[in-house]
Write a protein that binds this ligand. Sequence first.
Ligand code: MG
Length: 364
Amino acid sequence: MILDNIAVFSTKIPLKKPFITSVRQTEVIEDILVRIRSDELEGWGNACVIPVITGTEKEAIVKDLEKLSKILLGDIEKDFNGIISGIYREKVSNVALAAMDIALHDIFSRKAGLPLAEFLGGSVRPFPICATISLLSPDEMAEDALKLRSEGFSLLKLKVGGNPDLDFARINSVHKAVGEKVSLFIDVNQGWNLDDALSVIKRLSDAGIVPTGIEQPLEFSNYRGMETLKAATSISIFADESANSLSMAMKIITERISSGINVKLQKYGGLRAASIITDWSELSGFKSMAGCMMESPVGVWAMAHLVASRNSFVLCDLDPLVMIRDNPVCSGSQCRAGQMEISRDHGLGISSIDDIKMIKEYWR
Ligand SMILES: [Mg+2]
């Protein structure tokens, strides 16, 4: 395939209410989008702009995309694998790489006449997703949980971290409000030390609360602590920030430092790297959950197609779609009643995107 045109855009998508974790608070999703074109076909990809999490500023993403664009537009015709391998060899940020990787998967699956999930070797199928509750007071979190249960969610992810007593009260309050039929998954975002984690787990057990998993309880570099915690509890411990690169993810899976890993396209550089980690995790008898950043539906749907292409994800946390006020990305995919329903249209199935501002455009 010969690419003719690549354009880079910025977008800001307001949330219904602030999203709060132990690390940050935000009221808007900010993405850099890339659109690649070849003849009548186009493909979309996204890079999230969250420097506090990814370490990459907006200006650096735009610069990286310029570098990748010039390579791709100057390229002689190659097959899909050749082009994807080529961009992974470039020294660029993982978020910019993810944007281009997703756009290339989109345009090549459109060219093949397949939904992305089928292009990745799977099938289009609906699957359940969880909804995330921001870190707030125990009463406010219980109120949010009841609302989400009434919308059809039977799995809730609670953001906690920072104060183990208050964190136990938060989890207990939500559990009491929604009852046994709603499963709870806890994301600590590095907010506990080992003693905090052991004490909260003991108190949960005493209260008869069994979370389906605990994500990133300890500081990201505390691999030894995570191994100790994993050995001390039957609750699955998932690594998120501890597995922030392909090499860290491979180490955690190979050495079985946690019970599972949170796979996100923006962390690893896109669908190619995330597929490798997912498959390696499955072949190793390790657990994978599907995650995403606070990012636009472009990236959420790309991850959703990866989920549909595999049978290995034990949990799918893809809920920016639930949190945004209006969705500017037009496609047949949707999320309703706790279910993700991806479109059968080719590629990511995106027909257009509203409210975007072009930053740069490159021609062959
Ligand atoms: Mg997390």
